[in-house]
Design a protein around this ligand. Structure first.
Ligand SMILES: Cc1ncc(COP(=O)(O)O)c(C=O)c1O
Length: 473
């Protein structure tokens, strides 16, 4: 028998015992899970032998693509030499020390120290705790609130989940648990329909930040957290000038800027970090996903010298910096990260993300934007979105009961392409491995168009594409 046993066994074991993340649990209990068994490059194969092209790089993370034996070898070698050791009380091992040096030297200039964790969520929890600790060490015990945007995705742990701005992450979990000052989602496409120009929209967003600070008092606000490009909330690219203007306000009010680079970091936007693309100068920066391309779980929270010095002072007073995980600075994921960074460099994947990303964006405009179900296409580097709309001229949501984007997702899966529908939206996300080639982009878009056509036909046949919604293609 193979390592999998029979497929039927795996599906039923999974149905009966596995509590799935971000899954409709009752549908899962009735359904047939797709059991992935192998992968290479941009492709995956399931236990039935079906092949998929992965347009999302797992969960936006397999930057170097699947099947890189260099990373597998580094993992195996490290696991044989030293499978585990911790970093508490000044202990360390070789890979995390080397990785800390390497990541800090690649990161925006002000980043001076890195704390290692295991997931994007715990990195953002660490960021929140560091920001609170920083203000306590500075004697500013009231400066604790954090500004975060609607539809932001910062993870699901109690603090990171509180920062996330998606109802599905809050509802039923009693989140948020602390003072999060929620700002609007910076998505101009939704506002454009109301006749608001990109410039006016940006003015409104900036005014909202100013008014929030005015209302709450800068002495109560610790930080502003933002993804350079929002990922799971909608692949939302901020309007021109947004970050430049907001950063000035933050600096003037001594409010720290936390850049959540969990998706954007390590080449996704065609530069090593999203901060380079948008000229961000963060005080704290979180990373995960692309640092190991998902081959091992690893995250990081970087801080500026100013923040670090306050932590050092605080730790002197308390006796230690009382935060850390058993698996912080785990040598095996750190070894995987070093091998992964070698590949990103050697294969020129950041440059590839930029050039193939431009190709993807051009093809989306030329081939996908004209489709009758599509309202907007957008992208930066190798992260992109296709947003469906019931009107071509302006954003008009489809009746959510129709689940139009979900139908496109399902059709794409049958056509052998994996994309993702983003929560409470009609947005399909694309974030393939950075190693992808233009012919593979063509293949993804061929499969997408085929899927859009078949859903369009079904909607038309069921009378859902008539008056008031849109003309049939
Ligand atoms: C921007 C961002 N931050 C944080 C997270 C949370 O990461 P994790 O799922 O590893 O906890 C994610 C996950 O998708 C993310 O996209």
């Amino acid at each position: 028998m193979s390592v999998l046993g029979s497929n039927l066994d795996i599906a039923s074991l999974d149905r009966d015992y596995h509590l799935h993340p971000f899954t409709n649990l009752s549908a899962h209990a009735q359904g047939d899970p797709i059991v992935m068994t192998k992968a290479h490059g941009t492709r995956l194969w399931d236990s039935e032998g079906r092949e998929y092209i992965d347009a999302l790089a797992g969960l936006w993370c397999v930057n170097v693509g699947y099947g890189r034996t260099e990373i597998a070898d580094a993992i195996s070698e490290q696991a044989r030499a030293l499978p585990y050791y911790h970093a508490f009380a000044s202990m360390t091992s070789v890979p995390p020390a080397r990785l800390a040096d390497r990541v800090i030297s690649m990161a925006p200039e002000r980043m001076q120290r890195i704390f290692f964790g295991n997931s994007g969520s715990d990195a953002n929890d660490t960021a929140v705790k560091i920001v609170w600790y920083f203000n306590n060490a500075m004697g500013r015990s009231r400066k604790k609130k954090i500004m975060a945007r609607a539809r932001a995705y910062h993870g699901v742990t109690v603090a990171a989940g509180s920062l996330t701005g998606l109802d599905g992450v809050h509802r039923a979990f009693d989140l948020p648990v602390f003072d999060v000052l929620r700002l609007q989602v910076p998505h101009h496409y939704w506002a454009a329909g109301k006749g608001i120009s990109e410039e006016e929209f940006c003015d409104n967003l900036v005014r909202e930040v100013e008014e929030t600070i005015e209302r709450e008092g800068a002495e109560t606000i610790a930080a502003f957290i933002a993804e350079p490009v929002m990922g799971a909330g909608g692949v939302i690219i901020p309007p021109k000038g947004y970050f430049e203007r907001i950063q000035k306000i933050l600096k003037a009010n001594d409010i720290l800027f936390i850049a959540d680079e969990v998706i954007c970091g390590f080449g996704r936007l065609g530069k090593y970090f999203g901060s380079e693309v948008f000229d961000l100068d963060p005080d704290v920066m979180t990373i995960a996903k692309g640092i190991t391309s998902g081959y091992q779980p690893l995250s990081g929270c970087m801080v500026s010298q100013r923040v670090y010095e306050a932590l050092e002072r605080g730790s002197d007073e308390i006796g230690f910096f009382g935060h850390g995980y058993t698996y912080s600075a785990h040598p095996v994921p750190a070894a995987a990260a070093l091998a992964n960074l070698d590949l990103i460099e050697k294969d020129g994947l950041v440059e590839n993300a930029s050039t193939v990303g431009d190709y993807l964006c051009r093809q989306l405009e030329e081939r996908v934007a004209p489709h009758p179900l599509v309202g907007n296409v957008r992208g930066v580097g190798l992260i992109a979105a296709v947003e469906l709309s019931a009107s071509k001229d302006t954003y008009v949501p489809f009746d959510p009961a129709l689940g139009v984007a979900k139908q496109v997702y399902a059709a794409a899966l049958l056509n052998g392409m994996i994309t993702r529908v983003l929560q409470d939206s009609e947005i399909l996300a694309f974030s393939p491995p950075l190693s992808i080639t233009p012919p593979e982009i063509d293949e993804i878009l061929d499969k997408l168009l085929l899927s859009l056509d078949s859903v369009c036909d079904t909607l038309a046949a069921d009378g859902h594409l008539g008056e008031g919604v849109r003309g049939v293609a």
